[in-house]
Design a protein around this ligand. Structure first.
Ligand code: CO8
Length: 371
């Protein structure tokens, strides 16, 4: 089969960051306001009081210490807890396109190519700011790329599934080089008034150049890809175009991100470890030969558990790099950020695995070999 390689990556990081302490201070002010406003109903037992959040809990339960966001002021306003992201005019670049172009320029530079060398664009992410025209086609136009473009969404696994799509497009002869981008604006759909999840997500954009391996000798060969999905309601977002047709549902909190975090943890970790182990077995590659695991960055304890199950021992920081402490969960972009930042010290022939997991459930695992 025709070989495919990843030859460049790019990372756009928003300029504004929020520490756990800042986020919790705003959340706790909101809680105090809510409890004061509803004091009578709470005293009569009609409403339950809200409880404070804590930076210590967040760091211990998730490993997250900060996150980058498009707009800090709206999220930290206790009377709002929603970012300010004004809609742009149709003749301006959309925010997701702007983020994508920034990350794409870096990825193309790393891959030593330009827009004229790209034949297709895939935008793959958890939340698309509009259904059409596709953000990918806008990116294609903004960069003056010939060929074709399309959007896709597999939640946290959008990037690995996007790499799989790009590989397929190349193997089918439809393109020689594909730009695959992940503009994740998770703060737009996060309920910052929900104590269980207000700390989980951040905003970012990653970009990956996937190409016919015969075009260059640099980067990483894509040795194998495994994709798996299993339906689960434990991570859900019910926002959609039919919401307006149900007047009873408008404004309900489940139109934002909701999850049963404990269940996700318990069900997803073993499934991911099993998929990686089966994949390595099928390739005849012992886990001891894996030099790196660029895992989805949702929760440090999840990554430790998965890496321990696969390797049979505690991973070193070098083997399973962590970026979620700084970036939080950036959905599909997380494993790509880890790959982008932690690949330069690998030697020719070294094997690594880029693996995502999340809503759906969905798991995508890509075995990469340094050239
Ligand atoms: N501060 C203080 N205490 C708290 C807080 C808080 N903020 N939140 C909960 N607690 C308390 C609880 O009340 C509970 O108290 P008690 O024991 O008295 O009942 C205690 O802490 C423990 O609570 P939990 O059991 O909920 O805490 P966990 O230890 O399980 O940690 C996590 C919670 C961090 C959520 C953890 O379960 C987790 O990370 N699970 C996996 C989550 C995950 O991977 N989800 C993937 C979702 S991402 C995805 O697929 C893509 C979605 C698309 C992006 C959408 C953009 C918005």
């Amino acid at each position: 089969m025709q070989q495919v390689a990843i030859t460049g990556t790019g990372l756009y990081t928003p300029s504004q960051a929020i520490s756990n302490e800042e986020l919790v201070a705003a959340f706790n002010q909101y809680v105090d306001l809510y409890n004061a406003e509803n004091a009578n109903a709470i005293a009569e037992g009609k409403l339950a009081p809200l409880a404070h959040s804590s930076p210590e809990f967040i760091a211990k339960a998730s490993g997250i210490r900060s996150r980058y966001v498009i707009d800090k002021s709206g999220i930290l306003d206790p009377t709002r807890l929603v970012p300010h992201i004004p809609e742009r005019a149709n003749d301006e670049l959309s925010l997701q396109c702007e983020m994508a172009v920034n990350a794409a320029m870096q990825a193309m530079s790393a891959a030593n190519c330009g827009p004229q060398d790209i034949d297709a664009v895939i935008v793959a992410c958890s939340n698309l700011q509009r259904p059409y025209p596709a953000i990918a086609i806008e990116v294609q136009s903004a960069l003056s790329i010939e060929g074709f473009a399309f959007d896709m969404n597999v939640a946290c696994s959008s990037a690995t599934f996007g790499i799989a799509q790009a590989s397929g497009v190349i193997r089918d002869g439809l393109a020689k080089r594909v730009l695959m981008v992940n503009p994740e604006i998770c703060s737009g759909h996060l309920n910052f008034a929900d104590r269980d999840s207000h700390f989980i997500f951040g905003d970012v954009c990653t970009a990956v150049i996937v190409e016919d391996a015969s075009l260059s000798t640099s980067g990483f060969l894509v040795r194998d890809i495994k994709l798996k999905t299993m339906f689960s309601n434990n991570i859900r977002n019910n926002f959609g175009f039919l919401n307006r047709a149900d007047e009873n549902g408008i404004g309900q909190p489940d139109k934002l991100f909701i999850q049963e975090g404990r269940k996700v943890f318990k069900e997803v970790c073993p499934a991911v470890a099993a998929l990686i182990s089966e994949q390595l077995d099928a390739l005849g590659t012992p886990a001891s030969e894996l030099k790196r695991m660029w895992l989805h960055q949702a929760n440090l304890n999840m990554n430790d558990l998965i890496a321990r199950k696969v390797l049979g021992r505690q991973p070193t920081v070098d083997e399973a790099p962590v970026i979620l402490d700084e970036y939080a969960n950036t959905s599909s972009a997380g494993s790509v950020i880890a790959f982008h930042k932690h690949q330069s010290n690998l030697q020719s022939g070294d094997l690594g695995i880029l693996c995502s997991f999340g809503a759906g459930y969905s798991i995508g695992s890509v075995v990469l070999q340094k050239r």
